[in-house]
Design a protein. Structure first.
Length: 153
C-alpha cells in the first residue's frame, strides 16, 4: 500500500487590474515605473489675446500635469496627448493657449530616470461646470491612457 502524497495548493496571485479612473490629484502608476499625476490648479480668466477660451466666455481651468520617470530608461514626452470633457453631456473643452498667462508650454526634452517634468495646461471649462470633469492623458503610444475624473475644487 502506498502512502498518498500531500496535495499542495497554491493560491493564485490576483492580477493587478488598472483602475477605470482616479480622482484628480492622485498618481496613475504604470507597470514599468512611469507615473502621471493631474493636479487641479483652479479657475482662471483668459486674457483678451488667448486662443481656445472663446466657447467658455474666457473661463478656463488650470491643471498641472506631471510625468515622473521611475523607469530605467529616458522617457521622451513628445507624443503626450490630453483631452478634457465636462458636464453630464461630456462636452469637449478646448485647450487654451494664453501667452500672457504663460499657458503655452508643453512637455519638452527627455525625462531621465528618477526625474520628472510638470506643465500647467489650461482648458476652456466654464466655472459652472467644474462639478463633473474628466481629463484623459496619454504619455505616449506604448502606455494606456490615464483617466482622472470628478469634481474640481
Amino acid at each position: 500500500m502506498t502512502t498518498p502524497k500531500p496535495v499542495t495548493r497554491s493560491t493564485p496571485t490576483p492580477e493587478r487590474v488598472a483602475p477605470l479612473f482616479l480622482p484628480f490629484g492622485q498618481t496613475w502608476p504604470y507597470a514599468d515605473g512611469l507615473t502621471v499625476a493631474v493636479i487641479p490648479k483652479g479657475v482662471a480668466k483668459a486674457t483678451a489675446y488667448a486662443a481656445g477660451a472663446e466657447a467658455s466666455g474666457g473661463e478656463m481651468y488650470l491643471f498641472e500635469v506631471q510625468i515622473i520617470n521611475g523607469t530605467k530608461a529616458a522617457f521622451n514626452p513628445i507624443l503626450t496627448q490630453a483631452s478634457v470633457t465636462y458636464g453630464a453631456g461630456g462636452l469637449q473643452a478646448g485647450r487654451v493657449i494664453d501667452t500672457a498667462n504663460n499657458l503655452e508650454n508643453s512637455f519638452e526634452g527627455m525625462i531621465l530616470p528618477g526625474q520628472q517634468q510638470a506643465v500647467v495646461e489650461a482648458y476652456a471649462v466654464p466655472a459652472a461646470e467644474i462639478g463633473s470633469v474628466t481629463m484623459t492623458f496619454t504619455p505616449d503610444l506604448s502606455h494606456a491612457p490615464a483617466i482622472f475624473s470628478g469634481p474640481l475644487p
